[in-house]
Ligand binder design. Sequence first.
Ligand code: NAD
Ligand code: ZN
Ligand code: ZN
Length: 364
Amino acid sequence: MPQTVKGVIARSKGAAVELTDIVIPDPGPGEAVVAVEACGVCHTDLHYREGGINDDFPFLLGHEAAGVVEAIGEGVTEVAPGDFVILNWRAVCGQCRSCRRGRPEICFATHNARQKMTLTDGTELSPALGIGAFVEKTLVAAGQCTKVDRADAAAVGLLGCGVMAGFGAAVNTGGVKRGDSIAVIGCGGVGNAAIAGAAIVGATTIIAVDVDDRKLEGAQRFGATHTVNSRDVDAVERIRELTGGHGADVVVEAVGRPETYEQAFYARDLAGTVVLVGVPTPDQQVTLPMIEIFGRGGSLKSSWYGDCLPSRDFPMLVNLYRQGRFDLDAFVSEKIGIGDVEAAFAKMHAGEVLRSVVVMDGGQ
Ligand SMILES: NC(=O)c1ccc[n+]([C@@H]2O[C@H](COP(=O)([O-])OP(=O)(O)OC[C@H]3O[C@@H](n4cnc5c(N)ncnc54)[C@H](O)[C@@H]3O)[C@@H](O)[C@H]2O)c1
Ligand SMILES: [Zn+2]
Ligand SMILES: [Zn+2]
């Protein structure tokens, strides 16, 4: 029997989100219904609401979540009812040209649930990043459920998007390693996860750049060795000064704007790596001298989801968290109820929080 539960939708471009009734079908072949325990508010949810991703309104928002599998459809073997899982937006196919070449982390045919969740009048919803988790229960492809050891859902759910994206941008895409220098531009949830990742793998110079002193203070908690407020000083000059006059080995751009991308481009050392993990809007452009692109060597990369493979990376990061080596709790600024998503967007916009996390028992 389909179930009707409460969920948060963005009905039209720019309009405030609404808490409304959502109809969840029983899981079909290859699908699972998950009782969501917690879901973080990511900047990408706000991009969806503002029409910055696409126009497939109404969206069922939320995509950084953990919960418990309630029911599975025919043929599902990877998870079972009762499993504690983190939801992922990279359920790999195993068959596309990238998977066949042994690169499932850049699978070109990831899958989501085939059936649609709907409003009570039958209107089909577009789930954010193929998940949709500001909702008491959600329907996903079974491959979107990554089983992990039981841990605080509000903390480990963040691995489902922003924290994994940031950590992976530094460690997987950027390839940061022991003794390297790294600068991270933009110290929200994503940027701080890049900083934490760099600290865990042993980078020795970790420069946090932001325009907000509160964010820079927070970045130190995740392992930043230096902070730069780019409102007050030239970020490129300062990063060079802090790296012996050369620039950082890796610069992670975690804002998604042309001016910060340019800073990243010029703030890296010769043969260094730029990683764009911030999501730009379709109208944004950068202009760079080709001779500089050529002459500086190195690589200009973008990072989708931190080039993660959920089955490999989520359990490993949950282990580091449980061992006290990766402070996921520090990303959780507040726990809120499912009716508080719009207020959380305002706090995110004002720079007051790293992550507001919806917990299904009503927050605190
Ligand atoms: N690539 C991916 O897979 C992926 C996944 C999740 C999020 N994202 C994207 O990453 C970006 C960051 O997400 P978030 O959740 O951390 O957002 P956030 O709003 O929490 O953080 C953004 C930070 O950038 C800072 N900032 C803004 N303008 C700046 C500037 N000019 N210079 C320096 N800092 C500046 C803000 O003060 C804030 O601290 C967003 O664009 C989001 O859509 C990408
Ligand atoms: Zn594939
Ligand atoms: Zn996200």
